[in-house]
Design a protein around this ligand. Structure first.
Ligand SMILES: [Zn+2]
Ligand SMILES: [Zn+2]
Length: 466
């Protein structure tokens, strides 16, 4: 009998990893990095050798690190089999995994200098650039909608999840001991209201569904209201003579924000003459979005074109791409009139931390969160109203105004998750994954109340029969 084990992103939002086992095949679904704090670091370091010996194939829904960021570690620990994903995901991974390895190498170098001085044992990185290159070699891009046999008795089809470039819903037909079961993993479902992405595909048949629940407890604000709010903040910052900081993930959110800034400019609602995209990775990804624009929502692209496009950067002539550190440091001297978009989206690393150091303590500045802030991150502390934060060993007062814009999510909100779940016609078993505990419980209650669906809330490490 086929069985499914929940290794990660179960009652939490990172470390996505599920194992499907039949008599004849073992498929690893996702290989995500745990993010946030020392415990995550320990879990990322744990050996995957036992897992590597078991598995025949890996399937990735999309390129976000919490879903695919541990793939090079799997390779470092010996994996040489195929990795199935879309072409968009493969191209994004090339950017994201290299960046992850690069950041890791720098962090380790820093940490090891301290350790050396203290005569402590030196660390090795979880993986390096060679592991990343080897992992990319294993990727076998699949077209959306094409069924492919990926292991004995296992047939895979990927469908558009509408979340980020290349994102897919994973659809597996599993034959085991004469029994045929249909497993669907939602991956991360996109927000149908968000720009650039298509609507998530609706599936009607499954026996077992793994449903993400990142935003399972609430709906996003309507996009129009969010854009008005953003325009108001930009106008206020202009009056205050301050800067606007936007911590944004390099993938998806940054491109969406650029799109909206381009549209605001077109509507005469963008007073700032300087917009900095200060993230080498976000710059690369933005160029990739422009290059693979045939994968994006055609209607949104047409609107962008009429507003000065065709590409994201053309629609925003005041956009400056800061590729090197000198250009990034030069931004620190700008006291007002600039919009600074930089990663990481939750302020847990990246150049945004430098900009926070130079801007947080001045009250004319504005900090605008456009995405989910996980528990334990600096971003979450700021959203929760911290009065002081520590940056580079220095205490920084939080005087800038902190805003959270709810409408930019790349994730489906509760109503959209409920609708997607209700499209299944034959009463599958639902397992809720990718959500903080109280959030997925809230989605479970809503599924029951609205559609009579009794979803399961698997425990980390739990195995269920399919
Ligand atoms: Zn994602
Ligand atoms: Zn996710």
């Amino acid at each position: 009998m086929a069985q499914l084990t929940f290794f990660g992103a179960t009652g939490e939002v990172t470390g996505s990893r599920y194992l499907l086992e039949t008599e004849d095949a073992r498929i690893l679904l996702e290989c995500g990095l745990w993010q946030g704090g020392a415990q995550a670091e320990r879990r990322n370091r744990a050996s995957l050798k036992k897992l590597v010996r078991k598995i025949d194939a890996v399937v990735l829904s999309h390129g976000h690190l919490d879903h695919a960021g541990l793939l090079p570690k799997l390779v470092r620990d010996g994996y040489r089999g195929p990795v199935y994903c879309t072409r968009g995901t493969r191209e994004l991974l090339a950017i994201m995994l290299r960046d992850a390895a690069h950041v890791m190498a720098k962090d380790i170098e820093w940490e090891n200098r301290r350790r050396e001085r203290a005569d402590r044992k030196l660390l090795t990185p979880i993986y390096d650039m060679d592991d990343v290159d080897a992992a990319l070699e294993l990727c076998e891009p699949l077209r959306l909608g094409n069924a492919e046999r990926i292991a004995p008795g296992i047939q895979l089809t990927l469908h558009d999840a509408g979340h980020i470039l290349g994102s897919a819903i994973v659809d597996l037909i599993v034959e085991d001991g004469g029994r045929r079961r249909h497993l669907v993993f939602s991956g991360d479902l996109g927000n149908p209201d968000s720009v650039l992405m298509n609507e998530p595909a609706r599936l009607e048949h499954a026996d077992v569904v793994l449903l993400e629940s990142t935003y399972g407890n609430r709906d996003h604000r309507p996009l129009d209201a969010t854009l008005d709010e953003l325009a108001d903040i930009l106008a206020q910052a202009d009056r205050d003579g301050g800067n606007v900081l936007i911590p944004a993930f390099a993938v998806g959110r940054t491109q969406e924000v650029l799109y909206h800034l381009g549209m605001l400019r077109h509507a005469g609602r963008l007073p700032q003459q300087k917009v900095f995209l200060d993230s080498p990775m976000a710059i690369e990804v933005t160029q990739l979005y422009d290059r693979l624009s045939h994968l994006l929502d055609a209607e949104d692209l047409a609107i962008l074109k009429s507003a000065g496009g065709p590409g994201l950067s053309q629609a925003l002539p005041q956009l400056q791409l800061t590729e090197n550190v000198e250009a990034s440091m030069a931004i620190n001297r700008i006291r007002g009139g600039a919009i600074i978009i930089a990663g990481a989206g939750m302020c847990s690393g990246g150049r945004i931390r430098h900009h926070l150091k130079y801007n947080l303590w001045r009250q004319q500045n504005h900090l605008v969160f456009v995405g989910f802030q996980a528990a334990g991150t600096l971003g979450r502390m700021l959203v929760d109203g911290a009065k002081k934060v520590k940056l580079f060993g220095e205490e920084i007062a939080v005087k800038a105004e902190v805003h959270t814009l709810g409408g930019f999510s790349a994730h489906a909100g509760q109503s959209q998750l409920l609708d997607w779940a209700a499209a299944f016609q034959n009463g599958p078993v639902f397992h809720l994954v990718h959500g903080e505990p109280e959030v997925r419980e809230s989605l479970a209650r809503a599924l029951h109340a609205r559609h009579g669906i009794d979803a399961r809330l698997p425990e980390p490490g739990e195995t269920v029969m399919m």
